[in-house]
Design a protein around this ligand. Sequence first.
Ligand code: SF4
Length: 117
Amino acid sequence: MKTMEMTCIRCPMGCRLTVAQDGDSFTVTGNTCRRGEEYGIQEMRCPMRTVTSSVRVEGGRRPVCSVKTAENVKKADIPAVLEAIRALKATAPITIGDVLCPNVAGTGVDLVATAND
Ligand code: SF4
């Protein structure tokens, strides 16, 4: 049996979770709600995160524009996503929600603007 302790980040309560894995079966304790159980199991199976950063902009009011992945990506893919973001140069005008890089780093998730520029 494998056991992992973690803090649930689904809400500001920050419940301290213990997740026990026995084959394909998971037991989560310490959670106050079901979202904590889902988070704990997801963390054991395949941790996912939203990536936030900024990209260089040509012709805009500011030299950079804030961005995020439209959905969570695998934690293991974050370095590749950040590398793709570093290599990216967007062109103004940019509107919040614009897709600046579809399928960023082959994750199947788009990179979108979170500011106007
Ligand atoms: S278990 Fe529920 S209440 Fe606790 S931090 Fe997670 S989402 Fe919030």
